[in-house]
Design a protein around this ligand. Sequence first.
Ligand code: FCB
Length: 461
Amino acid sequence: MSFRNDFVWGAATSACQIEGAAFEDGKGKSIWDVYAHLPGKVFEGEHGDVACDHYHRFEEDVKLMAELGISAYRFSISWPRVMPEGTGPVNEKGILFYSRLVDCLLSHGITPYVTLYHWDQPYELYKKGGWLNPDSPKWFAEYARTVGEALGDRVKHFITFNEPQVFIGLAFVDGVHAPGHRMSRAETLLMAHHVLLAHGMASQALRACVPEVQVGYAPTSDVPVPVSDSPEHVAAARNAYFAMPENGDWSWNVSWWSDPVMLGHYPEDGLRILEPDLPLIRQDDMKTIFQKPDFYGQNIYRGIPVSAAGNGTGNKVGDGAGGWRKEKRSPGSPKTAIGWPVDFDCLYWGVKFLYERYQTPIFVTENGMSSHDWPSLDGKVHDPARIDYLHRHLRGLRRAAEDGVDVAGYFQWSLMDNFEWARGYNDRFGLIYVDFETQKRLPKDSFYWYRDVIRGNGENL
Ligand code: FCB
């Protein structure tokens, strides 16, 4: 056995990172449009005003996708492009753009996977308190319904949220992503609760207006990778993945973000540890949140080597629960250009642990790496490290499928180089090189490598 016959081979992007046209055709401002223009927030003062100019070049980009041979393309909708104020009036030109993109994808045999929220909240809603406002779940449901009604005759796959860990955690706990305010733990937990409610209400809205809809969710977290396959190390890694750290560092906790959606309740250890700062959680809230997704997505880039601590008390550097220890990496161990450590087995263990707990078909909704790519003297972009990274991670994913994990698909991040948030244009994650001066696209070696993997349904990995 290997990848299933209908395995979905895809690539992913997000609106704010590729579209550009940030102030065109009636689009409202997003929090990122504003934040990126504040001094010192984004590397070298860059922003997404133009990015890959995909808004004007999507037809060329879809042709490249067809050449790559992907069966699905995961992109996000810019909420303020379709609803400039976040609620109320709809910008028909914004809808038209996505409608044409969807038609173009379908005419090339590519299935659209639409993410509703990939971090670019309408600035007008942020001014009303953003995710702190108790009406924020309703706003999101109204937006989901608007998109569902506009595209649901052709789009059947929707993902409510991309990485809530980041747009709440990095933005409000660490304060380094838009809108960049550090808030108290009670405030950020309240926002998280609203986001979970928004997931539930948006799922209900989509299920009510899109026939045969498949709703998904795409959180993230580093994956604890056991130092060996022996049962005590595996158990330690599993605990490390799901246990709430005793120090209450909750924002990257898998269970906090996924148990309510997938199992209908917050994890008990989290409720205990975070008790003094919890928002009011009503019984009905859990019913609203528990709109179990049809598929579970997880963005996986990195692992953490973990072993059994042996003393049953846990010993993670700084916190720990459930008898596990974070191992030090060896000097000079592999890192990508952005500085993220590389653990080749993170896809294998990630999807395995998640499937054990949630028993729902799994997609890797993002995986990939940044490297220092440029066109060589021969005019080509050689990116052997990316090929090796993808090769080894996909082997791990295949091994998980062989072990019986219901792995439904894989979206490489990213189709093309793009605006990497606070890191500006410093990090190139694409299979396609983008010259941001000329907007010329140049498929990298990894593009052709991935094309061949897709053609062989991963048999040649
Ligand atoms: C993920 C984000 C995506 C991109 C990659 C590199 O956290 O979802 O937008 O920035 O990292």
